[in-house]
Design a protein around this ligand. Structure first.
Ligand SMILES: [Zn+2]
Length: 281
């Protein structure tokens, strides 16, 4: 009996070791680098897993929200989106990401909603809320927000968030990849991870992710032929709004601060040089 128990304990320990080794292995093989910025990241969610879920979430979202009837603004958002997506596609194809580029199903929609929000889900599924248009103010401003949101998707920030959620609470990814669009648990997770259906405004990722999206977004908007100086003005308008009539939730969800504006200004020459390099590849 005694020896029997010991062998069970030994077996259990062995299992634990196998599981933790598997997790370590999973994290090692999931270590990759964000293109352009070179930041190391850990992402255990593959495109094959996330894209079908993303496309389903997007279709479900559009069905439940009001697509804008403003043809002029819808076209403008769409045109900017197409131009930015061409720049991203060009970069991917020239830098060993052909498979990834082929998996994108770009789509740009403007919805009627006063929330100051915009997001891009994996695989290039973009939504602009009409409430963000005054902050964008002009075509270059739309390009700045578009570049920023597309950059979050390009750098797979959402999947990185899922990966860390996976570490904290097993099963998080499974829920996020769940097929039911109406399942409140799945919806809540997608809302947390991608800002989908958020009623308080643009989702603030971590400072690292926000800074990275600012930089990448600036490179992409220049590649697409827009004025990057407007990205600075967008965040100045965002800041003014936050200090003025915005509800307190807005301040807590999107701290648009002076540091961000300063960093964008500082990054302008680098972004211009990078865009030039990638456009001539
Ligand atoms: Zn962001």
């Amino acid at each position: 009996m005694y020896f029997y128990k010991i062998s069970i304990i030994k077996k259990k320990l062995k299992m634990k070791k196998v599981i933790s080794l598997t997790i370590v292995f999973l994290f090692i093989v999931s270590c990759s680098t964000v293109p352009i910025t070179g930041r190391k990241r850990i992402n255990v969610v593959s495109d094959a897993q996330i894209l079908p879920a993303s496309f389903k979430q997007y279709a479900g979202f559009l069905k439940e929200h009001k697509i804008s009837k403003d043809a002029k603004m819808s076209n403008e958002v769409q045109n900017v989106g197409i131009n930015i997506s061409r720049a991203v596609d060009k970069f991917m194809r020239a830098n060993g990401m052909v498979n990834e580029a082929n998996n994108y199903r770009w789509e740009f929609n403007l919805i009627e909603d006063k929330t100051v929000n915009a997001w891009c889900m994996p695989g290039g599924k973009v939504v602009f809320y009409s409430g963000i248009l005054p902050i964008c103010d002009n075509t270059d401003g739309i390009a700045a927000v578009m570049g920023h949101e597309v950059a979050h998707a390009f750098a797979k920030h959402g999947q990185e968030r899922m990966t860390s959620a996976y570490g904290q609470q097993l099963g998080g990814i499974a829920v996020a990849l769940g097929t039911g669009n109406k399942d409140p648990k799945t919806q809540k997770l997608w809302n947390t991870i991608y800002g989908v259906g958020s009623t308080v405004g643009m989702l603030a990722y971590s400072r690292t992710h926000e800074t990275e999206a600012d930089k990448l977004g600036m490179v992409f908007m220049i590649m697409a032929g827009y004025r990057p100086e407007e990205a600075v003005n967008v965040w100045i308008r965002m800041k003014d709004r936050a200090s003025g009539k915005a509800p307190p939730e807005f301040l807590s969800t999107h701290p648009s601060n002076q540091t961000r504006i300063d960093n964008l200004r500082k990054y302008l020459p680098t972004a211009k040089a990078m865009a030039k390099k990638y456009n001539t590849q």
